[in-house]
Design a protein around this ligand. Structure first.
Ligand code: 5GP
Length: 206
């Protein structure tokens, strides 16, 4: 009966907290949810597909995109550039689709500055030591890279209070974390201020 514009969900938290798996599982359950694919200068990992996991671009292409205003935000993370394409998000929200994305923590806060209505969700592992285990288990980074990611993670944890929600991704309990994330999406959808005033007026006078 009432519809509103799409909502923007920003899932962030330290590398290794499991946000990739979590968001992938959520998307499996909510096919209408649109995913914002970032641009990066990082080399693709063996299982990664261009255009699906990232738009893999050169530093030069990235610079052109950013300087032309094509990115909502961009960050250097561990020696590589990452950025959020503007058009896809703006178009999807206007068309009424909910969008999910998973930038690192500073990117999440920059997105909030651009979209004050965005919902910021911080994913943490149940124990900080699990971060290291997860990064080791995925075997895509060298030991040096893992050490750097853990250093960044320690800094990222300090931003937690600027987020709206926290989801604890417990070891071996992915299902629970996906359900928690879904509950957040569901609840946000029902908030009165999310709806255009004329929609609410129609309800009031019905
Ligand atoms: P990874 O190399 O593991 O795919 O990503 C490294 C970090 O960059 C992760 O924390 C990931 O969430 C973040 N990231 C991915 N895309 C973006 C983006 O568009 N903007 C920002 N700020 N961070 C991103």
């Amino acid at each position: 009966m009432i519809t509103g514009p799409g909502l923007l969900f920003v899932v962030s938290g330290p590398s290794g907290a499991g946000k990739d798996t979590l968001v992938a599982a959520l998307r499996g359950r909510r096919p209408s949810l649109r995913y914002s694919v970032s641009a990066t200068t990082r080399e693709p990992r063996p299982e990664e597909q261009a255009g699906e996991h990232y738009f893999f671009v050169s530093r030069q292409e990235f610079g052109r995109l950013r300087d032309g205003g094509g990115l909502l935000e961009s960050r250097e993370y561990n020696g590589n550039l990452y950025g959020t394409p503007r058009d896809y998000i703006e178009r999807s929200l206007t068309e009424g689709y909910d969008v999910i994305m998973k930038p690192e923590v500073n990117g999440a806060l920059a997105i909030r500055a651009a979209f004050p209505d965005a919902v910021l969700i911080f994913v943490v592992p149940d124990r900080f030591s699990n971060l290291r285990e997860r990064l080791l288990a995925r075997r895509t980074e060298t030991n040096e890279e893992i050490a750097r990611r853990l250093e960044i993670a320690t800094r990222e944890m300090k931003f937690i209070r600027q987020f709206d929600y926290i989801v604890v991704n417990e070891q071996d309990r992915l299902e629970q974390a996906v359900r928690d994330l879904e509950a957040i999406l569901q609840a946000e959808r029902f908030r009165i201020h999310r709806y255009p005033d004329d929609s609410i007026r129609r309800v009031e006078s019905s």
